[in-house]
Design a protein around this ligand. Structure first.
Ligand code: IVH
Length: 696
């Protein structure tokens, strides 16, 4: 290669690798496979070796990929702190021959010293560095750029298996490093929730883990099901002879350390370990992408040292992600129930990890341009987790002359309305929510789905109802009769009866699922549940303003506004009224749980501590026909105050002249002995006496 050509290629590779690193570590949305990334990195390393005059300390070959989001000087919302010891990456390979080279180099450098290898799984998550002082977790930093990391302590404190306090004989002050993972089960649940909300699913558990670790709300992190495994104590901070001794000790202090490691003495031991885990890893509940081979003795590690990017005493052997190569036949643009337009690839059917893949998501227009995908291209498909296959890359070397560049539609493929896109969103939307057939049918399908109302109707039934003008909203379905149904093509007495029975059954579906079924944007199953429990019934929910909605756990501005807008849309209000008239459940307290109407029409704000939990108190209010309000306003009937009520609430009551009742006074309002169901038996201990006058 000529000098100038080499220089150009080096510049090009560096720019590409920097961008791929950013997409991987910052955006959590890689556009090429690890294998391709590693191949580009190799090419750059080779060129830099051949042309030492073009070497640069800035090159991606010498720096670890950074997870810090510092674009245009913008900070990511986390404080950045310096690592006590640089946090390095690992050299990696896909070939056993290179593992042999690694072992041979170590033997030569260590010059006859006896040493062993510690083989471990390579966990596919995001790196973390924990600091413990006097046995307490004091800090958690991401790898960042290796020198500076984002301080994510508050988030890591919410990960269930990270101990806040240690036991046993731990050092006074030390660091331990490892990986934050999202087990497959949590990943699938999260993606299912995101799909239900028509949100873009995470491509794989690694992206989901690192995206979740960088959430700004630790409460939300707590619900993501993250998990931690620790695998490295920087030798400088602990007094051990070997790496495996250090990990054994860490485990004895209560830290989560994997028990899958093994001491190996030869290349054949290492090979055996690799072969075993290449098969067995498919049965693990979390993702792994290779194995790590470390020289076990810490004095040998010290002797070997590190480059600016990775230690010389360890290497990763990476498993190739299971991929399949196939041809892209066409792209469908699917309009979901919220109007989001998703490009979906139709593929020449191909086998992948035991299933036949015919379709794969392309997520959005940006993803299509990043891949530079053309119809007729040969593409690689990969499975991120269990559910949705995705296209990871295009094989440009196989591109024929007949390929066609796809054009993202400017108008809705179903109803022809011009598509719109918000500045901060990657997706295009059809704004014709009330008239677009795909959206209407999508909402009906969501309504009948198993996790919502569980009504026996599939895509073709919904299509048939829609085409014949029989049902265009869920409430229309409840008006269908046996007589109407049997006159339809493909329907018999039996199938009609089954459908009507399932409609009838759906009248017993609890409020939280009805709320989910309504299809409010961003309200998945989990959000629907917390919102339903918080407000108790649809009337209280409809009366809530955005501020009150924001008081619900895990509800942020986007969700609060979406709920508010939905419940103030006259079309939706009318539909909710029709569904209510059909007997659907719009309250968490119904039927036999309803005890009296003693509090009917009353909105009661609950504050402070009682002889029973506040949640139970709210259940009692609902069981007697009252509503639990979240903040004091002119609409509040009275404040039910326990010990230590919120001073601001008390002040507001004084200001607005709203009565304040203690626990005893409150129970006196209820019919004698009628304290409701499950865990709500008449109080055993007498309610704490509350002296109202002390409040003022
Ligand atoms: S040791 C100084 N052990 O892989 C090297 N790393 O691709 C310390 N990783 O940055 C790392 N499993 O995030 C080590 N058993 C393991 C690992 C592991 C996963 C990650 C780690 C590292 C990356 C390099």
């Amino acid at each position: 290669m000529e000098r100038q050509a080499a220089k150009d290629r080096i510049d090009e590779l560096r720019a590409e690798l920097v961008e791929y690193n950013r997409l991987y570590y910052v955006e959590n949305a890689p556009v090429i496979s690890d294998f391709e990334f590693d191949a580009l990195m190799r090419e750059l390393e080779t060129l830099e070796k051949e042309w030492p005059e073009f070497r640069s300390d800035d090159s991606p070959t010498r720096r670890v990929g950074s997870d810090l989001d510092l674009q245009a000087g913008q900070r990511s919302g986390f404080v950045q702190r310096e690592h006590r010891f640089p946090m390095l990456s690992l050299g990696n390979t896909y070939s056993i021959a290179e593992i042999e080279d690694f072992a041979a180099r170590a033997e030569k450098e260590l010059d006859g010293r006896r040493f062993s290898y510690c083989c471990e799984l390579k966990f596919d998550g995001t790196a973390i560095c924990l600091s413990y002082r006097n046995g307490h977790l004091t800090q958690a930093l991401t790898r960042g750029d290796g020198q500076l990391g984002d301080d994510v302590t508050a988030n890591v404190c919410r990960i269930a298996n990270v101990p806040a306090h240690l036991k046993g004989d731990f050092p006074e002050d030390f660091e331990i490093r490892g990986e934050i993972l999202m087990p497959y089960e949590a990943f699938d649940a999260l993606n299912e929730e995101r799909l239900a909300q028509e949100d873009v699913p995470f491509a794989n558990p690694r992206n989901a883990a690192s995206g979740s670790l960088k959430l700004l709300n630790p409460e939300e992190v707590a619900h993501r099901g993250l998990w931690c495994t620790l695998y490295h104590l920087p030798a400088e901070s602990v007094p051990f002879e070997s790496h495996s001794q250090a990990l054994d000790a860490a485990a004895s202090w209560g830290l989560p350390v994997s028990d899958k490691r093994r001491i190996c003495h030869s290349i054949s031991d290492i090979r055996e370990y690799i072969d075993y885990w290449d098969v067995q890893r498919k049965f693990l509940p979390y993702a792994t992408d290779g194995i790590v081979i470390k020289i076990n003795e810490l004095d040998c590690q010290r002797a070997l040292g590190a480059t600016s990017k990775s230690p010389r005493w360890a290497v990763a052997f990476k498993f190739k992600a299971e991929q399949a190569c196939t041809r892209l036949l066409s792209i469908d643009y699917q309009v979901g129930r919220t109007g989001a337009v998703t490009p979906v690839a139709n593929l020449d059917p191909v086998q992948l990890s035991g299933t036949v893949v015919k379709r794969a998501t392309l997520n959005n227009e940006d993803q299509m341009s990043l891949l530079d995908i053309h119809i007729g291209d040969y593409v690689y498909v990969e499975k991120g987790g269990e559910i949705i296959p995705k296209i990871s890359s295009v094989d440009l070397s196989l591109r024929g002359a007949d390929v066609v560049k796809p054009h993202f539609p400017t108008h809705c493929p179903d109803c022809g309305t011009a598509l719109v896109k918000n500045e901060d969103e990657a997706r295009w939307f059809c704004p014709n929510n009330d008239g677009c057939p795909m959206q209407i049918k999508g909402r009906m399908l969501h309504f009948v789905s198993r996790k919502a109302m569980d009504i026996l109707a599939g895509e073709s039934t919904i299509e048939q109802f829609y085409d014949l003008g029989l049902a265009r909203t869920p409430s229309d379905m409840y008006c269908l009769t046996q007589y109407q149904l049997v006159s339809l093509e493909g329907w018999q007495e039996k199938s009609a009866a089954r459908f009507l029975d399932s409609l009838d059954e759906s009248r017993k579906v609890p409020f939280e699922r009805v709320l989910f079924a309504l299809g409010i944007r961003y309200v998945g199953q989990t959000t629907a549940r917390t919102v339903a429990r918080h407000f108790g019934d649809i009337d209280s929910l409809m009366a809530a303003n955005v501020e009150q909605l924001l008081e619900v756990e895990d509800v942020g501005a986007v969700i609060a506004n979406s709920i508010y807008d939905f419940l103030h849309d006259p079309v939706q209000i009318a539909e909710i009224e029709r569904l209510r008239a059909q007997g659907l459940i719009f309250s968490t307290i119904v039927g036999e749980n309803r005890i009296s109407d003693a509090l009917s029409g009353k909105t009661i704000v609950v504050s402070g501590n009682f002889s029973i939990s506040r949640e139970r108190m709210k259940e009692i209010i609902a069981a007697h026909g009252g509503k639990a309000g979240s903040s004091v306003s002119t609409r509040t009937s009275f404040l039910l105050a326990g010990t230590k009520p919120g001073p601001e609430k008390i002040r507001k009551c004084g200001e607005l002249g709203i009565p304040v009742l203690g626990e005893e006074a409150f129970f006196a309002l209820l019919p004698q002995g009628k304290v409701p169901g499950q865990g709500l038996q008449p109080l055993e201990q007498s309610p704490q006496t509350f002296i109202e006058s002390t409040l003022f």
